[in-house]
Design a protein around this ligand. Structure first.
Ligand code: NI
Length: 164
């Protein structure tokens, strides 16, 4: 297991466009393994390669409660979107913050899997949100630019302040 350092907002790399993957060399397989480890270790539901400093069009997502259903998307491309949802969003590259973002409620994405085979994934609600959020990262876009209203601080729940 290897964790990679997550780049945070203000780091110029996060504004750059990632390049497509044409061949999945061992170095990129290792990158994907590390991205999954890093996403799980930090409690995220998605991570794009650019967030660990690699400008390649690779995304990992797992929105399952058990965190046991990873999806690896190489060169993902949104081919259909519909509906609307407004909900809370955060990003590992924007620690301690969250905000309300309007997204399509349904999203269909074409991508290559780890065997470079073409696949299609469809999602609604949280999965659709994650697919849009992570695909945006590959084009240098951050959710903070889409936030409606204020970008808020995450409230840390402190048990010591509990009253009986
Ligand atoms: Ni993000």
């Amino acid at each position: 297991m290897a964790l990679r350092e997550i780049r945070t907002i203000g780091d110029e790399i996060l504004t750059k466009k990632s390049r497509p993957v044409t061949e999945l060399k061992p170095r990129l397989q290792t990158l994907i393994d590390d991205m999954l480890d890093t996403m799980y270790a930090t409690g995220g539901v998605g991570l794009a390669a650019v967030q660990v400093g690699v400008l390649r069009r690779i995304v990992v997502i797992d929105v399952s409660l058990e965190q046991d259903s990873p999806v690896v998307l190489i060169n993902p491309e949104i081919i259909e979107m519909s509906g609307e949802q407004v909900g809370d969003e955060g990003c590992l590259s924007v620690p301690g913050k969250h905000g309300q973002v309007k997204r399509a409620n349904y999203c269909k994405v074409k991508y290559l899997d780890r065997d470079m085979k073409e696949q299609v994934i469809e999602g609604e609600e949280l999965l659709a949100r994650a697919l849009q959020h992570e695909t945006d990262h590959l084009d240098g876009k951050m959710y903070v630019d889409l936030v409606e209203g204020e970008l808020m601080d995450v409230q840390i729940y402190d048990e010591s302040e509990d009253e009986e």
